[in-house]
Ligand binder design. Structure first.
Ligand code: HEM
Length: 318
């Protein structure tokens, strides 16, 4: 999750090319919200601004990331880039507004060169006083694009002000999502998004891969510990991916019943997909337990119809 200096240099270069030549950009400094920027980057020696435009695709991806609609004002964000005395960029800031339960909350968020939040400031609000206090705001520092910014999970809300706390948490989350959508490249996520490199030789190999994932999910339900949810969701996703490989092989029994076999494959695909989605939001719940049972019932049916050998999925447990 390195927030590359290159990215900033690109912003700086662009601001020089598109907005105005450097000398004039410096001269413009007086029109910048200097006080607000200095509060975020007290060590900065100068600032420049870069206006950006969000395409509908970027808006869609940002909204998916933050889980809510962007404000019309967010669609043309103005970034402020902070420089040190050697004219090296040290971070960027965005001034923005969110809707609190009692009205608009406005503030500023700074990110450092590694893409981590360095400061959240609140400028105006009609909520409890605590939302503007460092004590509350400092918890955002050091967080990055992969953090949830979710009250009750990684954000400690102000007593009795859950909704306002969540609204403030949206500021750094939005800043990160917009910055990454515009300038910053996320490195490919670990394993999960990596292309599948193992090419199974036969159906038994596919099944062996699926069995590992199946066992992990089964253990998750048996243990009943939702701290393992992430691993279970990952296994469910992999299970869906690996199931796609089934189509490359003929079943050893009833190989001519292709329609029925295809039906089972599609059913499995849909059921596991739905299960994965629900699991990601609900973890262990009545619904996910029911969906998991549906997966098992389906798999048992397929095995009966298309495997010569008896397949006992839970043979290693009593
Ligand atoms: C949770 C999902 C699944 C698991 C954990 C699983 C697991 C297994 C296991 C352990 C075997 C025995 C492999 C062996 O004898 O070495 C097997 C065989 C088989 N499975 Fe699955 N399976 C799953 C889903 C499916 C689905 C969705 C299909 C087809 C639509 C399928 C079709 C078959 C067939 C045809 C065989 C016999 C393979 C052979 O003997 O060559 N399985 N499965």
């Amino acid at each position: 999750m390195k927030f590359k200096a290159v990215a900033f240099c690109r912003i700086v270069l662009l601001s020089g090319l598109i907005v105005l030549p450097f000398a004039i950009t410096w001269a413009e400094e007086t029109t910048l919200p200097r006080e607000k920027l200095v509060s975020i980057f007290p060590n900065a020696k100068s600032f420049t601004e870069k206006k950006a435009d969000l395409t509908p695709e970027k808006v869609a991806s940002i909204e998916a990331e933050i889980g809510t609609k962007l404000h019309p004002k967010d669609l043309k964000p103005t970034f402020y880039i902070a420089f040190n005395e050697n004219k090296k960029p040290i971070g960027l800031a965005l001034l923005l507004e969110v809707k609190g339960p009692n009205g608009v909350i406005s503030g500023g968020v700074g990110l450092d060169m590694t893409g981590k939040v360095v400061k959240v400031d609140i400028h105006k609000h009609s909520e409890v006083a605590g939302v503007a206090n460092d004590e509350f705001l400092q918890q955002f520092n050091g967080k990055g694009i992969d953090d949830k910014f979710k009250v009750g999970e990684d954000i400690e809300p102000l007593a009795g002000a859950q909704v306002a706390s969540q609204a403030v948490a949206l500021m750094p989350k939005k800043t990160l999502a917009i910055s990454y959508a515009l300038f910053l490249k996320r490195p490919a996520k670990a394993e999960e998004d990596a292309p599948e490199t193992i090419e199974p030789e036969d159906l038994k190999e596919v099944m062996a891969m699926m069995k590992d994932e199946y066992d992990l999910i089964r253990a998750y339900f048996q243990k009943g510990d939702n701290r393992d949810k992430e691993a279970a969701v990952k296994a469910a996703k992999q299970l869906g991916k690996h199931a796609e490989l089934i189509a490359d092989f003929e079943p050893p029994k009833n190989p001519n019943n292709t329609e029925e076999y295809t039906y089972f494959r599609e059913q499995f695909h849909d059921t596991i997909h739905e299960f994965t989605q629900t699991l990601a939001t609900e973890g262990i719940s009545e619904r996910t337990q029911k969906q998991w049972q549906e997966v098992i019932d389906l798999v048992n049916k397929v095995h009966l119809r298309f495997s010569v050998e008896e397949v006992e999925l839970d043979e290693d447990l009593n």
